[in-house]
Write a protein that binds this ligand. Structure first.
Ligand code: ASP
Length: 332
């Protein structure tokens, strides 16, 4: 199994040169080459979220959706549960710091009208997703970064708090002993949380929030606050979101691409697969993981990843369960 630790490790090595080797030995798949049996779901409302922590995020989101709530509220409140959990080391409080010991957070949100808000490189704020929503609703801008984002958050009433927990500090101290990452194969599969929902009115929204790559360079911002990379919503078509190595997601604008593939008739599963194939075609994918999720206007959903090990939580009709995605690298 390829897991977060492994891709973090590779990414750290890569960050020395950030070189992703071009690899053009794979062709992009055509519509005919994707699995035909790939339409899942079809009911509304529904909510879908990345990784195991998607379950608790969906549970909260479902409370809102099942009471005729708006998808936008569902995806904000859903991921907030994960941001507030100090046990999670990839989102919000407890997030893994950068190599200098600072927890810096990235988040974005997008609604059914095509409005979007984001914050990046923000420190000391537990709920960057809510700051992102404030950016969307209270400013003429899409993204605020660093100091400016923090200042805005405080003006909006958010309180500063320490996000580095004892556990993450201890892990960072250990990491510093070698200042490089050595892969450990295990079954951890927690990561960035991205969540998509469609409400009873058929309106779609999405959110994404993360502490990013563990022990990243100070100032590094990944895909998670970038509209079109980690998240894209088009209420006429559907929505997509991402987790994994942000650099390749950004370079292929994965979530936007998936929504465009769905616009051209692919199912969510097929569209996610085709966006993964874009990465396969252009970059050395062997040591990096990316997972995509998508939903369409009819309530169909799906996902696909480069390597085995990506899973998502899907909640339809109040039934919240984990699903493993299909993946590209098999038998290697
Ligand atoms: N996409 C995130 C980033 O590159 C990492 C993750 O999914 O955990 O910052």
């Amino acid at each position: 199994m390829f897991n977060r630790r492994q891709f973090v490790a590779k990414s750290l090595l890569a960050s020395l040169g950030l070189g992703l080797v071009s690899c053009d030995n794979e062709k992009e798949i055509s519509k005919e080459e994707v699995s035909p049996s790939s339409s899942l779901g079809g009911a509304k409302p529904l909510v879908i979220a990345t990784w195991n922590h998607g379950l608790i995020a969906n549970e909260k989101a479902w409370e809102i959706l099942s009471n005729n709530g708006r998808a936008l509220d569902a995806v904000e409140e859903g991921v907030k549960v994960v941001e507030a959990d100090p046990k999670g080391t990839t989102v919000g409080i407890g997030g893994t710091p950068d190599r200098d010991g600072h927890v810096t957070l990235d988040a974005c949100i997008m609604d059914e009208k095509g409005n979007a808000g984001a914050v990046c490189f923000i420190e000391n704020i537990k709920h960057p997703i809510s700051v992102a929503r404030k950016v969307m609703e209270e400013t003429p801008h899409v993204m605020l970064a660093g100091e400016g984002a923090l200042q805005f958050a405080k003006e909006q009433g958010f309180k500063e708090e320490k996000l580095l927990t004892e556990k993450s500090e201890k892990a960072w101290e250990e990491w510093k002993e070698k200042s490089k990452y050595e892969p450990i194969i295990n079954v951890e599969n927690h990561d960035t949380i991205s969540q998509l929902a469609i409400d009873k009115n058929g309106d779609i929204s999405g959110s994404c929030t993360t502490s990013g790559l563990g022990y990243k360079m100070r100032g590094r911002v990944g895909d998670s606050p970038i509209i079109g990379a980690s998240l894209f919503v088009d209420n006429e078509v559907g929505a997509a979101c991402a987790t994994g190595l942000g650099e390749v997601i950004m370079k292929t604008l994965g979530s936007f691409l998936i929504v465009e593939f769905m616009r051209n008739g692919l199912s969510p599963n097929e569209a996610c697969k085709k966006a993964v194939m874009r990465i396969i075609k252009k970059y050395d994918y062997k040591d990096l993981q990316v997972g995509y999720l998508a939903i369409n206007k009819s309530g169909e959903y799906g996902g696909y990843s480069i390597h085995e090990g990506f899973s998502y939580a899907i909640c339809v009709d109040g039934k919240n369960e984990m699903v493993k995605t299909d993946y590209y690298v098999k038998g290697e």
